[in-house]
Write a protein that binds this ligand. Structure first.
Ligand code: PRX
Length: 638
C-alpha cells in the first residue's frame, strides 16, 4: 500500500496545511478517496458547534473492517498484521497475517451473530492485551455493534457503571489477564459487576490464564466452544454490515472534572480516515515497518494507534501483553530487538520509569532497527525526552510528541517524523485540518505568540460526536465554555512561528502515569468510606507518574482510631473497590478542616500549592471562612 497523502518535507507540510484550512472539504475528500466505500458521500462536512451537530461524509456507506482487513488481502494477505508478544517472554509469540486476521474476525463476527448480536447493540469488552481483544473489537465493528472497551485496572463497580450507562447486553471477557507478576481475575470482576446489571444476557469468555472461574448457565459461554459451533455449522465468513458514515463505532469512557465518566462516542468514517492519515504522517510509516505502540487497547491510544489506524494503513502492529518492567526493565528493548521494531510509541511515564534503572537494561540489546520514536499522554519533560532520543534513538531517530485526547480521536498537534522539525518538550505544529486557538481568561482569542486555554475552532473528522445517552452534557462540557469552539481542558504556550507547548490540564483533571483521573471522582470514592466526613483531592509533581494523587481527608470514624496507617489502607481499599487500583491516592493527609470560602467552596488552589510544597506563596487567604486551617494543613504536610 502506498500513501499518496504522506507528507515528505516541511515545505510540503506548509502547503498542505494551508490548503487544509482554505479548502477543508476538498482536502478531506481527496484523502477519503483513498479508502474503500460501499457508497460515496453526498456532502463532506456539515457542522454547527452550537448544537453540536457535526456530520462528516454524510450519506456515505462503509464498514471500517473492510478498510482494516479486506482491502489489504490481495497484496498483503500473507504479511503480518499483528505481532503479539506475551507477558512471559518464554511463551511463544504469535503472528497473525492479514489473511489470519480476516479468518478470525469473520469467524468471531459469526459467533456474535449466533449469540443474537445485532447492528447498534452495545458490547462491553473487558480483556487483557491478547490478539483476541483486537479480534473482538474488529468483529464488533464487522457486525455493526458498538464496542466499549474497559481497561483491566477498573473495578467491578466502574464496569457496572459503564454497562448501565451504555445499556450493554453483551460482554466479552477472559478468565483472567497476565500483567507482569500479577494475574487479574477479569471474569470474577465481571461476575461482581453483573450483580447490578441483570440486563446482560450473554458473556463470552476467552481462555487465557486458566484461573478457575464460575460459568453461569444460560448466560456465560466459552469463546472456544462458540468458535467450534460456527465451524460445525460451516458458516461462510461474515460479510461486513453496511454502516452509515456517522453511525457510532465505539464508546470509550473517560473522566472529566465533574460527575461520572462520560462515554465519548466516535463514528465510523471520520474516525477511520483521520486515524489512518495521522498514523501514516506522524510516524512516517513505510510499508513493512514493524510498529510497536505500548498502550493498552483499553485506552484511546490503543483504539486509534494499536488497532484502527495501523490496520487501516496495512501496517504491522505489535501488541504487548505485559508491562515495561517485567521480567526486568529491559523488556521493551528485548521486544525491539526480538521483533526488529522500527517505530516505538510510548508514554513519558514509562520512559521515566525505565530511565531510573540506568543503562544496564540496555546492554546487549540491538536497537538499530529503530527509525522513529513517539511519545503520548502528558507533556514530556526534557530529561525524559533526551534519554529517549539519545539512549534509545541513538540521536538519529525523530521523536514525535503527539498531543491529543480521547475526545479528539487522533493526533492534533505533533511534529511529523522526517517532515517537520522536532523541538524538545514541544508538541510543535497542528496536523493538517486542525485549527487550534488560544483563548485568554476573558474568552478572547489570542493572536500570535502567547499563552492561554487551548481550543479547536473548526471540526476535524475524528472529533467526539456526543457523550453516550447525554448529548447536552457533551455540549456543556466541551462546546459551551467558549462559543463556537471545542475546549480541550489543556493550557498551552504558542511561539511566533505557531508552535505549541502543552502545559497541562487547567481543570480538575489529573494525569497520573498518562491516565486521566477526575479529582471529583476520587473524592466521591474516598467519601464512601464510613469514617470519612469530607475530602479534597489534588495533584502534585511525581518523579515517575508525572502527577501523584494527594488527598486531604477529614476523618471522624472510631474504628482503627489512632492508627493512621491502617485508616489510610482502608481508604485506599475503598478507592480500589469503587474506581479501581489506577486511582489509589499516593498520599493521604488527615486534616480537621478544609480551606473553604464563605460560600462553602473548597479553595483547591491553596491545597494544590501545599501539596506541591509551595507553602510560602499561598496568595490571598482572607476570604476563607477559617484561615487557621491553612496553618494546620501546612504543618501536617506529608
Ligand atoms: O492533558 C493532555 C494529556 O492527556 C490528556 C488527554 O488524556 P486522554 O484522553 O486520556 O488521552 C491520552 C492519550 C491521547 C490531554 O488533555 N496529553 C496527551 N498527550 C499529550 C498530553 N499532554 C502533553 N503532551 C502530549 N503529547
Amino acid at each position: 500500500m502506498s500513501y499518496p497523502y504522506q507528507i515528505k518535507s516541511f515545505e510540503e507540510y506548509k502547503e498542505v496545511y494551508e490548503r487544509s484550512v482554505r479548502q477543508p472539504q476538498n482536502f478531506w475528500a481527496d484523502i477519503a478517496s483513498n479508502f474503500q466505500w460501499r457508497r460515496k458521500w453526498d456532502t463532506v462536512l456539515e457542522w454547527n458547534f452550537k448544537d453540536l451537530d457535526v456530520k462528516w461524509f454524510k450519506g456515505a456507506k462503509l464498514n471500517i473492517t473492510e478498510n482494516c482487513i479486506d482491502r489489504h488481502l490481495e497484496k498483503l494477505g500473507n504479511k503480518p498484521a499483528i505481532i503479539w508478544e506475551p507477558n512471559n517472554p518464554d511463551e511463544h509469540y504469535r503472528i497473525l497475517t492479514y489473511n489470519d486476521l480476516y479468518n478470525k474476525v469473520t469467524q468471531f463476527a459469526n459467533v456474535l451473530k449466533n449469540n443474537g448480536v445485532k447492528k447498534g447493540d452495545r458490547i462491553c469488552l473487558y480483556m487483557g492485551m491478547i490478539p483476541e481483544l483486537a479480534i473482538a473489537v474488529l468483529a464488533c465493528a464487522r457486525v455493526g455493534a458498538i464496542h466499549s472497551v474497559i481497561f483491566g485496572g477498573f473495578s467491578a463497580r466502574s464496569i457496572a457503571d459503564r454497562l448501565q450507562n451504555a445499556n450493554a447486553e453483551f460482554v466479552i471477557t477472559c478468565d483472567g489477564a497476565f500483567r507482569g507478576g500479577k494475574d487479574i481475575p477479569l471474569k470474577s470482576l465481571i461476575d461482581d459487576a453483573l450483580e447490578s446489571c441483570p440486563f446482560v444476557k450473554r458473556v463470552i469468555v476467552c481462555t487465557r490464564t486458566r484461573t478457575p472461574i464460575s460459568m453461569i448457565k444460560g448466560r456465560d459461554v466459552w469463546w472456544e466452544d462458540e468458535i467450534k459451533k460456527v465451524e460445525t455449522l460451516g458458516m461462510a465468513p461474515a460479510v461486513a454490515e453496511e454502516m452509515d458514515a456517522e453511525d457510532p463505532l465505539f464508546i470509550l469512557y473517560t473522566s472529566g472534572s465533574t460527575g461520572k465518566p462520560k462515554g465519548v462516542v466516535h463514528t465510523c468514517a471520520g474516525y477511520m480516515i483521520y486515524t489512518t492519515y495521522s498514523f501514516v504522517n506522524a510516524f512516517n510509516y513505510k510499508q513493512g515497518d514493524v510498529y510497536f505502540c505500548t498502550a493498552d487497547i483499553g485506552w484511546i491510544t490503543g483504539h486509534s494507534y494499536v488497532v484502527y489506524g495501523p490496520l487501516s494503513a496495512g501496517a504491522t502492529t505489535l501488541m504487548f501483553e505485559g508491562v515495561p518492567t517485567y521480567p526486568d526493565a529491559g523488556r521493551f528493548w528485548d521486544i525491539v530487538d526480538k521483533h526488529r521494531v522500527n517505530i516505538i510509541y510510548t508514554a513519558p511515564t514509562a520512559i521515566r520509569s525505565l530511565m531510573s534503572f540506568g543503562d544496564e537494561p540496555l546492554q546487549g540489546k540491538d536497537l538499530s532497527t529503530l527509525k522513529v520514536l513517539g511519545s503520548v499522554g502528558e507533556p514530556i519533560n526534557e530529561e525524559a525526552w533526551h534519554w529517549f532520543h539519545e539512549k534509545i534513538g541513538k540521536g538519529k531517530c525523530p521523536l514525535v510528541d503527539t498531543w491529543w485526547q480521547t475526545e479528539t480521536g487522533g493526533f492534533m498537534i505533533s511534529n511529523l517524523a522526517n517532515a517537520t522539525p522536532e523541538r524538545t518538550s514541544w508538541a510543535t505544529l497542528p496536523l493538517p485540518g486542525i485549527q487550534p486557538a488560544l483563548v485568554d481568561e476573558n474568552g478572547n482569542e489570542i493572536e500570535g505568540a502567547g499563552s492561554g486555554n487551548l481550543c479547536i475552532k473548526f471540526p476535524w473528522p475524528s472529533m467526539i460526536r456526543t457523550t453516550y445517552g447525554d448529548h447536552e452534557r457533551c455540549k456543556q462540557t466541551y462546546f459551551s465554555t467558549y462559543p463556537n469552539k471545542y475546549f480541550t481542558g489543556d493550557g498551552a504556550l504558542r511561539d511566533e512561528d505557531g508552535n505549541y507547548k502543552i502545559t497541562g490540564r487547567v481543570d480538575d483533571v489529573l494525569n497520573v502515569s498518562g491516565h486521566r483521573i477526575g479529582t471529583a471522582e476520587v473524592e466521591n470514592a474516598i467519601n464512601m468510606h464510613a469514617g470519612v466526613v469530607e475530602s479534597a483531592v489534588v495533584g502534585y509533581p511525581h518523579d515517575i507518574k508525572g502527577q501523584g494523587i494527594y488527598a486531604y481527608v477529614i476523618y471522624n470514624g472510631n474504628h482503627n482510631a489512632g492508627d493512621e496507617d491502617l485508616i489510610r489502607k482502608d481508604i485506599t481499599a475503598t478507592v480500589t473497590r469503587i474506581i479501581g487500583p489506577i486511582s489509589k491516592p499516593d498520599k493521604i493527609q488527615f486534616v480537621s478542616g478544609l480551606p473553604k470560602t464563605r460560600s462553602g467552596k473548597i479553595m483547591r488552589r491553596i491545597l494544590r500549592k501545599i501539596a506541591e510544597n509551595e507553602t510560602e506563596n499561598l496568595g490571598d487567604t482572607s476570604t476563607l471562612l477559617d484561615p487557621k486551617v491553612v496553618e494546620e494543613i501546612k504543618e501536617g504536610k506529608l
